[in-house]
Ligand binder design. Sequence first.
Ligand SMILES: [Zn+2]
Length: 251
Amino acid sequence: MAGTRSFRSSRAFLVRAADMGETDRRLTFFTEADGALTAVAKAARRSRKRFGGALQKYFLLDVVWTEEPKRMPILTSASILASFWEIVANWERVRYADYLLELVSSLFPQAGPQSKAFAFLLAGFRSLSAGESPVSVGRKAEAAFIALGGWGPDLSACRGCGREESRSFHFVVSEGRLYCGACTGRAGNLLSLGAVRTWRALQASSPATVGRIRIPESVLEELQTVIPKYLMWNFGGPFRSLGGDPTVGKP
Ligand SMILES: [Zn+2]
């Protein structure tokens, strides 16, 4: 055997699984060390014990796999580091957990270290598990992921006059920019100063702080009308996990 096989390991979440042949499973993970990873779990169909029942969604896993040139990576072991039973027990939380997994793997599909995206994903799972409103967790994750990926939007000031504070702004999705009341006169979504400030705070948040940001319900309703729309405008959604409708699910 050529000596080019390498062992890798990482914390990971299972994104999806499918049967492969008579005995195997084809698994897609989002890993901290190497981003999106598709690997074969040999004999996983024949025996659930083969991986100790660890190949489940919504669990924080530690996975080990081998890589060889020109072959699909092979999963060698998986263990559970943390289980989030509070998510599994609630259908709305499951739906948003699926959405976070879909989002992160769509926005960061490339291989290579993804420690910050992974940390935001884990923070989202912890918040869902701790009982935070799924809609709030969803908007936070969207804002953090698009900012992390460098897709903005630029909320620093009115694009027309440069003012940073105004009683309200219009957000123009196609430009990813704000206009104040004096400069607008074009289409756009009305956003209160509170909503703009909250979105700015979410953009600037870290995985360690995002869970502590409290979004007032009225602001959440405003953000729900713009952040998913901006996301879809940039990525051509809709994302399946929420049924393709960004306005579904009330806070
Ligand atoms: Zn202005």
